[in-house]
Design a protein around this ligand. Structure first.
Ligand code: KG4
Ligand code: ZN
Length: 358
């Protein structure tokens, strides 16, 4: 097993907190990959009237829910703060008000308990989440990280070592799904609704563009696809289900084309891994699985509940860091600041429009 090293007699336990977007989440995870307890409160109802996440409403909702959820999770696991080895919280990237609510709570708990604080990059949480579900997934792997704020291809070399091979020059794919859902009148969040409607449609019915397909640059672009879907709706010439299915197929074609390019340019890796909210989409998963099998790569997708935002992945990223640093592990300083933008690969050149949400 590509194990996290731990003392089998008393594996470490980390409390994780996630509050970077519209899910408030708390989890207790043990180094032997057991999720001891977790709670997730979605803010769908609060944001639905606006068709998207309103940062001020999100921050307030996190602030109201977090303390009772922390109490609930500790109670569910029958543990006290003294039983926990460290407290991990998302410190960015994301909506800054919400991130601060989670991070400040984690700092207060760390201070009160004397346990180390671990400030986790939300993207790192997504990037390492497949290893929580799959003990056999070893480094390095090729990762497609597709969420509401990001669409990136990364080479994951190890804990804390990420090389970005491609990113979006405009919209993230989840964002394009959400906007397409909005214009189709499917409500928020849009990804699952588009996926459901697409099941009834013909993916070839509506001619939609595949932006940057075949391009010599490695990146993604979804703004043109989203606008074309909008024009298709406004034309009144197509069935909504056909638009949903054609949009989803165009998006998948773009993902596969860009991944094929990354494999050509950088060589194959033992495993292809997908993470982030859009990884919950079964058609996307199916196409990625076929791609992996064409390249004799292992395909790994975490269970649906670990794809969308959750705190187990944040606790797990903390456990991975603790194990990787071994005796040198000391946690992060309590005056650490929340970061609205925080790239996983600091050396990657900035690309116009890459999102701040994760
Ligand atoms: O990672 P995530 O939970 O949140 C952040 O963006 O940080 O991803 C949420 C995104 C939303 O845009 C949502 O519409 C999309 O993931 N999503 C999906 C599906 N489930 C969630 N997109 C397509 N198909 C789905 N089944
Ligand atoms: Zn996320």
């Amino acid at each position: 097993m590509s194990a996290i090293s731990h003392n089998p007699a008393s594996p470490a336990i980390i409390l994780g907190i996630e509050s970077s977007c519209d899910e408030t989440a708390v989890a207790l995870v043990r180094a032997d990959r057991t999720i001891l307890a977790q709670r997730i409160a979605s803010q769908e109802a609060e944001h639905a009237p606006y068709g998207g996440v309103v940062p001020e409403i999100a921050a307030r909702a996190h602030a109201e829910r977090l303390a009772p959820m922390l109490e609930g999770v500790m109670g569910d696991a029958g543990l006290a703060l003294g039983d926990v080895d460290a407290i991990a919280a998302t410190a960015g990237p994301g909506l800054i008000g919400g991130v601060m609510v989670g991070l400040v709570s984690a700092k207060a708990l760390a201070m009160a308990s004397g346990k180390p604080l671990i400030a986790v990059n939300h993207l790192e949480g997504h990037a390492l989440s497949p290893r929580l579900a799959d003990a056999d997934l070893a480094f390095p792997y090729l990762l497609l990280l597709v969420s509401g704020g990001h669409c990136q291809i990364l080479r994951v070399e190890g804990v804390g070592s990420y090389r970005r091979l491609a990113t979006t020059i405009d919209d993230a794919l989840g964002e394009a799904f959400d906007k397409t859902a909005k214009i189709l009148g499917l409500g928020y969040p849009g990804g699952p609704a588009v996926e459901r409607l697409a099941l009834e449609g013909d993916p070839k019915a509506v001619p939609l563009p595949r932006p940057l397909k075949g391009s010599a640059e490695p990146h993604f672009s979804f703004a043109g696809l989203k606008s074309a879907a909008l024009r298709a709706v406004e034309s009144g010439a197509h069935q909504p289900a056909d638009i949903a299915a054609s949009f989803q197929q165009a998006a998948i074609d773009c993902l596969i084309d860009r991944l094929e390019k990354a494999l050509r340019d950088h060589g194959a890796l033992p495993a292809l891994v997908v993470a982030g909210g859009v990884a919950a989409n079964k058609a996307v998963r199916g196409a990625l699985e076929a791609l992996a099998s064409r390249h004799a790569m292992r395909f790994c997708a975490p269970p649906m509940a670990l794809c969308t935002d959750n705190a187990a992945m944040i606790a797990w990223a903390g456990l991975e860091r603790m194990a990787a640093q071994g005796a040198e592990f000391a946690g992060d300083p309590l005056d650490l600041r929340a970061r609205p933008r925080w790239p996983l690969d600091d050396s990657a050149e900035a690309v116009r429009g890459a999102g701040v949400k994760a």
